[in-house]
Design a binder for this molecule. Structure first.
Ligand code: WQD
Length: 351
């Protein structure tokens, strides 16, 4: 064990800046990082969240995480965070607008917000020689893939939405702007994040009306919605509804900790690498609904409606690279996703 001025070198190397720290995946990742001995600083301006996850994190881990309420599109305010914390060993950049449908309606907002905030983070990583950057990317970079499952080298088709386009451009900006810098970077391509922390104290709590399947299911089940719509059952799939790779948010969280450790231990082969984060299995909308009805022991009120513009028919991951290189293994099933999401929905409605 090495010490500098009495401080254990390992501890010195373990401060992480989380952008979007009060968001769905960011807040759950903070819990996993704290459980693995990391010190965490968060920055989140509550565009699509609030401060509540910070008290949930404290209740679950006993740690009070500092959050800077800063718009990352403001370079001066963003840079101040790096000045305040010269010992940041890694940045995990979650902060972004991420509603596929909204991005079609408001493309300029998405391009300005998602790309300007990323460019400011990249500028600070370079200027303050931050050793490691992990970027929240998405399976939407693949578009409507010709072959399934998709691997990290599956050719990227046209993005189906401006949101997906910001992730395609974001990955390129990271590759090009960190070349020759001291920062090693990883893009993690999430498939469909869902579920909630096992404690029932934290989960997906969008400030705006939920659009993703799992929160729509739980809001329908608890009565916040009279009924939900299945957007199409006439696709060329096993039961006619769209297929996705649903991954539990705590499996996503553990993958971020593994990716950071992979970089801290110098196990990366190159300065920029990409990993798919799915569980490697496809589940249809109707199968997801059946899984929920089984774990909640209730009949969900849904109808079949027209297809939703922008939906890809089917996508699921080949996640072998993350399993082998990051030594990561997803632990949660679709039933775990539904049971944890249902417990969280009931708790957040009672609160
Ligand atoms: C899933 C399926 C819908 C709601 C998400 C995120 C995006 C990105 C990729 C990370 C589709 C169907 C939904 C409803 C339905 N994740 N559905 N009725 O579109 O795959 O994108 O994952 O970056 O950020 O949005 O997820 O949950 O919206 O839809 O039938 O009321 O459920 O048509 O087939 P999507 P989703």
């Amino acid at each position: 064990m090495f010490y500098i001025c009495g401080a254990n070198i390992d501890d010195l190397m373990k401060k992480v800046l989380i952008t979007g720290g009060t968001g769905f995946i960011g807040s759950h990742t903070i819990i996993d990082l704290i459980n693995h001995g990391y010190e965490v600083v968060s920055v989140d301006n509550y565009t699509n969240s609030n401060a509540k996850p910070l008290s949930s994190i404290k209740e679950i881990t006993t740690v009070a995480v500092q959050n800077y309420v800063v718009d990352l599109c403001d370079l001066t305010a963003t840079e101040q965070i790096f000045k305040d914390h010269p010992d940041i060993t890694g940045v995990i950049h979650f902060a972004a607008l991420k509603a596929v449908g909204e991005s079609v309606a408001k493309p300029i907002l998405y391009f300005k917000n998602n790309l300007n905030s990323l460019l400011n983070i990249l500028e600070c990583c370079r200027k303050y020689e931050i050793p490691n950057l992990i970027f929240s990317s998405s399976c939407t970079v693949y578009g409507n893939a010709d072959e399934l499952p998709v691997t990290e080298s599956t050719p990227q088709k046209e993005a189906e939405s401006p949101y997906g386009r910001t992730k395609q451009i974001g990955e390129q900006l990271i590759k090009d702007s960190l070349k020759g810098s001291k920062t090693n970077a990883i893009s993690l391509r999430y498939f469909n994040p869902a579920g909630a922390h096992r404690s029932g104290l934290m989960g997906e709590s969008p400030v705006n009306p939920a659009q993703n399947l799992v929160p729509v299911i739980t809001e329908t089940a608890i009565g916040k919605r009279d009924e939900m719509t299945v957007f199409g059952d006439d696709y060329d799939t096993r039961d006619g509804s769209c297929i996705r790779d649903y991954i539990h948010v705590m499996d996503l969280a553990s993958a971020h900790t593994k990716a950071l450790e992979y970089l801290l231990q110098g196990e990366n082969d190159s300065a920029y690498e990409v990993f798919n984060l799915g569980i490697g299995a496809g589940v249809s909308v109707l199968e997801a609904i059946n899984a929920f009805e089984k774990v909640a022991e209730l009949k969900l009120n849904y109808k079949i409606g027209p297809r939703r513009p922008g939906d890809v028919i089917a996508i699921y991951a080949d996640d072998q690279l993350a399993r082998e290189r990051l030594k990561w293994k997803p632990e949660y099933s679709i039933e775990d996703i539904m049971s944890t999401a249902w417990i969280w929905e009931q708790n957040r409605t009672k609160a």
